[in-house]
Design a protein around this ligand. Structure first.
Ligand SMILES: [Zn+2]
Length: 100
């Protein structure tokens, strides 16, 4: 198969990108362009632990990626959005099963 010959490589990011994770789909690991590919960030229901973790973002100057928030490419965004009432773990388990 042609597809199996694609080289696998690790994409490196600029170290000063400290706000959010770069947009990489949580389902297919595709790095996508937010403007061209219509993907987006989905905020899933938070577990009490995640809510506690995210409290720190209320402090001024704190940067990072909030828990429960995941990027999805244009292909998976709509599906993921429909599951935003679930926790990220539940939703990702379902989505990964569906894409097998
Ligand atoms: Zn995807």
């Amino acid at each position: 198969m042609l597809y199996s010959c694609f080289p696998l490589y690790i994409i490196r990011y600029k170290p000063n990108h400290k706000q959010m994770k770069p947009p990489i789909c949580s389902i297919c690991d595709k790095k996508f362009d937010l403007e061209k590919d219509n993907g987006g960030l989905v905020y899933f229901r938070l577990t009490p632990e995640q809510e506690k973790f995210n409290e720190r973002f209320k402090q001024p100057g704190f940067t990072g990626h909030p828990q429960g928030a995941h990027w999805f490419c244009g292909e998976h965004y709509e599906k993921a959005k429909k599951l935003e009432h679930l926790t990220d773990h539940e939703a990702l388990t379902l989505l990964n099963k569906a894409s097998d």
